[in-house]
Design a binder for this molecule. Sequence first.
Ligand SMILES: *Cc1c(COP(=O)(O)O)cnc(C)c1O
Length: 448
Amino acid sequence: MSSSAVSLGTVVRAAVRQGLLPAWAPVAGLLDVRGIRTAAAALREAFEEAGAPRDTTLHAFAVKAASLVPVLRLLAAEGLGAEVASPGELALARAAGLAPGRIVLDSPVKTVMELREALALGVAVNADSREELARLDELLRDAGGPPRSPLGIRVNPQVGGGSIDALSTATDTSKFGVALRDGGARAWLVRAFAERPWLTRLHAHVGSQGCPLELMAAGVRAAYELAEEINRTVGRRQVTTLDIGGGLPVNFASDDVTPTFRAYARLLADAAPGLFDGRYGLVTEFGRSLLAKSGLVLARVEYTKTAGGRRIAVTHAGAQVATRTVFAPASWPLRVAVFDARGRPKTGPPVEQDIAGPCCFAGDVVAAGRPLPLLEAGDHVALLDTGAYYFSNHFAYNTLPRPGVYGYAHAEEESDGVRFATVRAPQSLSELVAESGGAYAAELTALR
Ligand SMILES: *Cc1c(COP(=O)(O)O)cnc(C)c1O
């Protein structure tokens, strides 16, 4: 591991020189290994400083934010676990070598099969609903012994939403968890724990992007208070662990990392004194805030044109790698940095341009009317802060391939000072054909 940072200009130049954007793969995702390690360390240190007990705290990375096996392995090397929400995500965490005890399964739609597998492995499970708890009852009855998995219930503290509706998990009517403020819910939850000594966790995830920290802290406080009430009522320390979810927002407007894990951990210590006093183990589930600032999408400009007086750069980065930005541009603006054909920073007077993508629908624009040095065919654009939920959450429109993803680090011995490692190879045409029914080409015409 190297300790020096690699500047944006250096990494783009090296990526172009080292051939990461060959003719057949004009877009790629890049991940800053040092940046990821730094973010993981900042998370650990922030909670330790706030008083969270080190040996009973698990920082579980939300796998959906960057569903890439080598990333999970890197984070594991930094002491993190994984929060998974589907059989696929669980498979990735296991492929990364994570022990079941470092994995937490959350999802609002766990099947009986998934629950059974999690219980057999000893993976922690947070039940999302009353019906799911009833399924756990049955599975445990069948198994005939106490569960190896730590088990809990997810509550929706119903503290309200943030500025992005689609990402607000704690509104009155959110689909997640047991709605804590609904009539009778609190009493039902206390009884559910009283009747099931194996229920030892409470989970709340108030997020995500667009939620003020105070709202998130209010949600954590509600879960903490419920744990205290349950333990008082049942007369034993039954709830041993609070899973406080993730959801820390990310600053997409500049290089500043704000808010910080430290600010949030301090706020939590204030909002729920007692949360960190050693009586409770802690699980966190941060995703975006661990990865966003350590990634970028690098794409070639294929053509430029004007239409109705508007300048447009048609690039290879659009809705397939920046889905949220394209479909909800007001909520997800991205910074765009521009480079020439050799990967050197582009200079020149700012000219308003649209940065468009390759998809065949009119809205496939990642930045509209953005003042930037005038782009030309063969130049490159970098979409910044896209390490989470962008290139790893590919949208398969137009049968565009999943782009290659490469990690990078400073390397003295390389002529341009940067070494890359493959995280995921670009998807090939034969893989695209296979996932589009290539093996069944004649099946429909054979139906009569
Ligand atoms: C998505 C999700 C997270 C991570 O959210 P971020 O905003 O990426 O930190 C954590 N926990 C659960 C249950 C989630 O669904």
